[in-house]
Design a protein around this ligand. Structure first.
Ligand code: S3P
Length: 178
């Protein structure tokens, strides 16, 4: 693979699940930027938000993303806010193919409502917050190279296969090129 495949989209869209399976099927490495930030800081994303604030987290996110993208091409999953920074979009465009896992509110809410690991959703009305983030972010997510329908009830394995087929159709040669 010549470029990284970079998964973008909302929390709960399946960036880590589909991304790691995609990497397995393509036999390339998988890196999750949130997990790398947590390892480097020896703290969870929630702890970083609580202790140092979102702006600090965003700086770390950009640094880590730049470092990951300098490495050998693989599949990279990003946190939902990463694509919203113009500088990050430029970094990703320079070294990768961006894939938006597009998902509607109903599906996202089903996937995130059980978990308390998302600091941005610790509000009085988390579903409303999710809806607002969708409204704010979707026009920018739509700038990704590829838009993948992540609503389906496909297994993770089938979703990854479907994504490979879509990449082959829309960007011929990307997966084969050395
Ligand atoms: C965020 C998404 C999270 C994490 C942080 C902020 C966002 O990642 O980076 O909580 O701004 O949407 P996931 O999309 O992997 O949940």
């Amino acid at each position: 693979m010549k470029r990284h495949i970079v998964m973008i989209g909302m929390m709960g869209a399946g960036k880590t699940a589909v991304g790691s399976e995609l990497a397995r099927q393509l036999r390339v490495s998988f890196t999750d930027s949130d997990a790398e930030i947590e390892t480097a800081a020896a703290m969870s994303v929630s702890e970083i938000f609580a202790r140092d604030g979102e702006a600090f987290f965003r700086d770390r996110e950009t640094q880590i993303l730049a470092r990951i993208l300098q490495g050998r091409p693989g599949v990279v999953s990003t946190g939902g806010g990463a694509w919203m920074q113009a500088g990050n979009r430029e970094l990703i465009a320079a070294r990768g193919l961006s894939v938006w896992l597009k998902c509607d509110l109903v599906t996202l809410w089903q996937r995130v409502r059980q978990r308390s690991t998302r600091p941005l959703l610790r509000t009085a009305d988390p579903k409303g917050t999710l809806a607002r983030l969708i409204e704010q972010r979707y026009p920018t997510y739509a700038e990704a190279d590829i838009t993948f329908d992540a609503n389906s009830n496909d297994s993770i394995e089938t979703a990854a296969r479907r994504l490979i087929a879509q990449i082959r159709r829309e960007v011929p040669g990307l997966l084969e090129a050395k």
